[in-house]
Design a protein around this ligand. Structure first.
Ligand code: SF4
Length: 459
């Protein structure tokens, strides 16, 4: 291993085979994004197995029904191409769901045989045989061998903005938001903050209701909620656009819109932790021309107070973070802010962007972080052996590792299949940070209690 003079060391995947990877498939991220557009049906150009796997993962996490259509590749399609099946699927979906939008994402097999998705969709729409005009149709290229669920999500959000975005006048009191894959509760918190400054949010995408809605009296084919197409068509005339750290080389949605319509835009760290929340609220003050409301000042004060109360439990503790780059970055930043050490950062995707961002964020004198690139849980296990941690912070799939190592596990991100309430786990904004901080502090206390014979004490 080469030790460089930077805040992090990147360790590549250690074997030729990946077992239990820290990542999920790319079209899953695209489905997540498409579910955040009002009256949108996601369609995978590929096999039924891909749609079933994605449905199973999303339903297990959110405990809500999630419809995902597939063009249903067969052995014949794999040889002769799926143009006809795609055309049939688009017509069937339009007839059965009457959607405003169909969001199409490619799968591994479709990309491997070289399907030109934008061309096939254009040709189908040009020869439309359905009753009435065809729905708006978005396409995103999401082969899983070229990325993970987070890159699939980013590709779909870019496609939504490129293909539906516009600058229809009349939205000058609105603020466009481009969040990463955060929970419905976090999406609601971000939107509530925008409203606290007397502006309306246009969140692209907003699956908060589709993934965390109420009980239905009757079956609904298209779930309620999501960002309206007419709002996306007006996003270029918003008074401001806020996007969050983009680890990818492709331009972020706020940059695309800024370039196209000269809309004021800013790219911020996700508001997790006091400093990042301060930057978020400062941007809201600038775009809205309104000072921070008293209720938000009070939330900020409560977070600061909790930091003071909990510092003695968390200071110097070490954690392993794992998941997608967009989750690891704000978590690492938070850990540094509260005096903990993000000793290991493991991602199933390419860690170049992660490492670059971590190097720029690390406070002076911070311990060097071990960044595990394209990693699986075997790599994470080896990293724990070598560097030692007090807890795991990430999704449920490290459960077996946490059990084997007798480590507390703070569940956050996706998927959380083995606990209730995944849709309502918060980390964003002052109040969400406070909840996460207390969960981390309590994990530190739990570990200290479990490791000593006295156990419970009044603290
Ligand atoms: S084949 Fe590719 S797209 Fe389909 S489920 Fe597997 S990884 Fe995902």
């Amino acid at each position: 291993m080469i030790v460089e003079r930077s805040a992090s060391i990147e360790t590549p995947h250690s074997s030729n085979a990946t077992r239990n990877a820290c990542r999920l498939c790319a079209p899953l991220g695209a489905v997540w994004a498409y579910r955040g557009i009002a009256n949108c049906v996601p369609l995978l150009h590929g096999g039924q197995g891909c749609a079933t796997y994605i449905r199973r993962y999303l339903i297990g996490h959110f405990r809500e029904p999630v419809d995902v259509a597939a063009s249903n590749f067969s052995e014949q399609t794999a040889i002769h191409g799926g143009a006809e099946r795609l055309a049939t699927s688009l017509h069937n979906l339009a007839a059965q769901y009457n959607p405003s939008v169909i969001g199409v994402a490619s799968t591994c097999l479709a990309e491997t045989i070289g399907e030109d998705l934008p061309f096939l969709v254009r040709r189908t729409l040009g020869r439309w045989k359905g009753d009435g005009p065809p729905p708006a149709t978005i396409t995103a290229s999401t082969p899983s061998y070229a990325g993970d669920h987070a890159s699939g999500y980013r590709a779909a959000v870019r496609a939504i903005v490129e293909q539906l975005g516009g600058d229809r006048p009349g939205s000058d009191h609105r603020i466009g938001l481009f969040p990463p894959m955060v929970s419905p509760a976090d999406l609601r918190s971000l939107a509530a903050s925008v409203r606290a400054y007397h502006c309306e949010p246009i969140t692209v995408p907003d699956p908060s209701e589709a993934f965390d809605g109420g009980a239905w009296a009757d079956l609904e084919t298209l779930t309620a909620g999501g960002t309206e197409v007419r709002d996306i068509a007006a996003i270029g005339s918003a008074c401001g656009l806020v996007g969050f750290t983009n680890p990818a080389p492709e331009p972020a949605p706020q940059d695309l819109l800024h370039e196209r319509y000269n809309t004021p835009s800013v790219t911020l760290p996700l508001p997790v932790g006091l400093t990042a929340c301060d930057q978020w609220h400062s941007a809201l003050e600038t775009f809205s021309g309104t000072s921070m409301p008293r209720a938000i000042e009070a939330e900020r004060a409560r977070l600061l107070d909790a930091y003071r109360d909990g510092h003695k439990y968390v200071a110097g503790r070490r954690a392993a973070l794992y998941g997608e780059t967009e989750l690891i970055l704000p978590l690492a930043r938070l850990l540094w802010e509260i005096g903990m050490v993000p000793a290991i950062c493991a991602t199933g995707g390419d860690a170049k962007g992660l490492r670059r961002e971590l190097d720029s964020l690390a406070p002076a004198g911070a311990e060097q972080i071990q960044v595990l690139s394209e990693s699986d849980f075997m790599d994470l296990d080896a990293g724990i052996d070598a560097y030692g941690v007090d807890m795991l912070i990430g999704h449920s799939r490290a459960y077996h590792l946490a059990q084997a190592r007798h480590l507390p596990q703070v569940r956050i991100g996706f998927p959380v299949h083995d606990r209730m309430g995944a849709a309502r786990i918060r980390m964003c904004d002052y109040a969400g940070t406070l909840e996460l901080f207390e969960r981390i502090a309590n994990a530190c206390i739990e570990r200290a209690q479990d490791g000593n014979s006295v156990g419970y004490l009044t603290m």
